[in-house]
Design a protein around this ligand. Structure first.
Ligand SMILES: [Zn+2]
Length: 342
């Protein structure tokens, strides 16, 4: 939708009306999903980043106008079948990105806002960079990346054939094509994206420069986050999409992730977020069987008080969702993203 129209809707009071209608229909809890909070010059996949300035403005805006509760508080309300008194937000972060501690936590602390971090525990243990950041950073680098000369992996052959065409595009189109490629690889069999990231990194060790942040928090940093008020939830061990795995592998991912968190933090977490939002009834059943009390998806929408807590809807936030046509933070755009759901 055109930004001007969002402005009209917001300042005419129509946005309030939309929120009221949703509220009357029982839809009162918007769960926001964040990933990375980037500073200017940081690279990595842009569709999961909100810049520091925009995050600061967004946090101040929602703190002023809305009730913010923790995930656990929301689950208690849902369990009791109770409706929050007014439209309420829950703040969630997926992937355990490191910048959340450095840039996000001080802002949330200053405003007294609760939040939850869902961590892929294997990535935390390995201190790694996520493959999607590696692939995006190398393939969209201004210096033309080198391609691996020998790829003895048939699952990658089709992708490797497409890459020269992507690299030949003008920069802006190239970036969009790489974002699309990453999205396709997210849905490919497990390890394909991971393998591509490794091969590109081996061929271009210099292109992953200082500007690529170490993506994941360390366990010491997760502990610090928890100590300063964050709830910690599970996001599996390896961040592989669960619909691609066998039931036994799904069970292992869920059980081991909880064990990792218990071992490192001394807490038993029971809240969970599906990597890539991928789930189905069988996966949701395993999430429940392994002792979890909820599953956060990436299905876009607002939750009602009788929502299926293993299929919680969320609203994914990145810069594009909160800025005007000139790229500046906009209350109208933010309100539209948060509440205009049918
Ligand atoms: Zn994730």
């Amino acid at each position: 939708m055109k930004h001007q129209l969002k402005v009209v809707i917001y300042y005419s009071g129509l946005a309030y009306l939309i929120r009221l209608v949703n509220s009357l229909r029982g839809r009162r809890v918007t769960i926001l999903t964040f990933h990375r909070i980037a500073k200017a010059g940081d690279s990595g996949l842009p569709t999961i980043s909100v810049t520091y300035d925009n995050f600061q403005k967004l946090a101040a805006f929602v703190a002023r106008h809305y009730e913010i509760i923790s995930m656990t508080q929301y689950l208690e309300l849902a369990k009791a079948g109770a409706r929050p008194a007014r439209h309420t937000l829950v703040l969630t972060f997926d992937d355990g990105c490191r910048e959340v501690l450095e840039h996000g936590l001080p802002i949330l602390e200053a405003l007294g806002l609760p939040a939850v971090m869902f961590i892929p525990t294997g990535t935390i243990s390995n201190g790694g960079v996520f493959w999607w950041d590696t692939v995006f950073t190398i393939l969209s680098s201004a210096r033309r990346p080198l391609l691996p000369t020998q790829v003895d992996d048939s699952s990658l052959s089709e992708t490797m054939q497409r890459i020269p065409g992507i690299l030949a595009l003008p920069m802006r189109e190239r970036k969009n094509a790489v974002i699309n490629l990453v999205e396709e690889l997210q849905n490919a069999p497990p390890n394909v994206g991971d393998r591509l990231g490794q091969l590109l990194l081996e061929a271009n060790p210099n292109l992953m420069n200082r500007r690529v942040p170490r993506s994941a928090l360390s366990w010491a940093e997760v502990t610090e986050l928890a100590r300063r008020g964050f709830e910690i939830g599970s996001h599996t061990v390896t961040h592989r999409f669960l619909h691609r795995l066998s039931t036994e592998e799904v069970r292992r991912e869920l059980e081991m992730s909880r064990q990792d968190i218990e071992q490192h933090l001394g807490i038993k977490t029971d809240i969970f977020s599906y990597p890539g939002g991928k789930y189905n009834p069988d996966i949701a059943a395993v999430v429940a069987e392994t002792g979890h009390v909820c599953g956060c998806t990436t299905d876009d929408g607002i939750n009602s008080s009788d929502e299926d807590v293993f299929r919680l809807k969320r609203v994914n936030i990145w810069d594009e969702k909160v800025v005007d046509a000139r790229g500046r933070f906009s209350k109208a755009a933010t309100a539209w993203s948060l509440f205009a759901k049918w």
